[in-house]
Design a protein around this ligand. Structure first.
Ligand SMILES: [Zn+2]
Length: 212
């Protein structure tokens, strides 16, 4: 599975460079998990982020924040902290409306490249739908849903906006059905905003250890 995905990414490389008209270097995505996720959930969430973002010309190099020595250099980066447990154990067949599923930090109106994604809230919100699936499908769907929330927060960071779209991944609130649907993408307007998004003032974060 992995080598195939890598080949697909490499095959898409030249077109990506043409679209963005700038460096084709992948964006460093530093992750930290309160509890390590099952590998299948992690793979599904990473696949979903790539599948949403790669048509826009954005590719990511996933790095563990705890393994970072603070000396990697990246032109662009973001740090995602996953709250709670990112597994499918202990679900109940009732819906919970938990509040925000993810959020991105803002300071004095400046969007910072730091987002939090709450696995417990995402699971609670879609657990009724997840319970209708078999184990393999459930794990894949849960990882996909987390990936959609990650993509939403990456939109805020890399389109450099606090605004939301009227539909698609950039909308302000998702339904459970949208989170577990087979396919969910950005609308055209937000795709253009992401393509136009310039590297913003991340320079101070690129050579040191990101703050914890
Ligand atoms: Zn938002």
């Amino acid at each position: 599975m992995k080598p195939l995905l890598l080949c697909l990414a490499l095959a898409a490389w030249p077109a990506v460079g043409e679209q963005r008209g700038e460096s084709v270097a992948p964006i460093a995505l530093y992750t930290q998990f309160q509890q390590d996720p099952p590998p299948a959930v992690l793979a599904s969430l990473q696949d979903e982020v790539e599948s949403i973002m790669s048509p826009i010309g954005m590719h990511f190099e996933w790095r563990s924040l705890s393994a970072s020595r603070g000396n990697e250099v990246s032109a662009e980066l973001a740090v995602i902290t996953f709250k709670g447990r990112c597994d499918t154990a202990g679900m109940a067949s009732r819906s919970i409306n938990p509040g925000a599923l993810g959020w991105t930090h803002v300071s004095d109106g400046i969007i910072l490249p730091f987002s939090d994604v709450d696995c417990d809230r995402i699971r609670g919100f879609i657990q009724k739908e997840l319970l209708t699936l078999d184990h393999v499908g459930r794990v894949a769907a849960f990882g996909r849903a987390i990936g959609r929330v990650v993509a939403h927060e990456l939109y805020h960071i890399f389109a450099n906006t606090q605004h939301h779209g009227s539909d698609g991944v950039a909308k302000a609130a998702y339904t459970a059905q949208e989170l577990v649907a087979d396919d969910f993408q950005f609308e055209q307007k937000e795709t253009l905003a992401l393509r136009a998004g310039k590297v913003h003032s991340l320079v101070e974060h690129t050579t040191g250890t990101p703050p914890l």
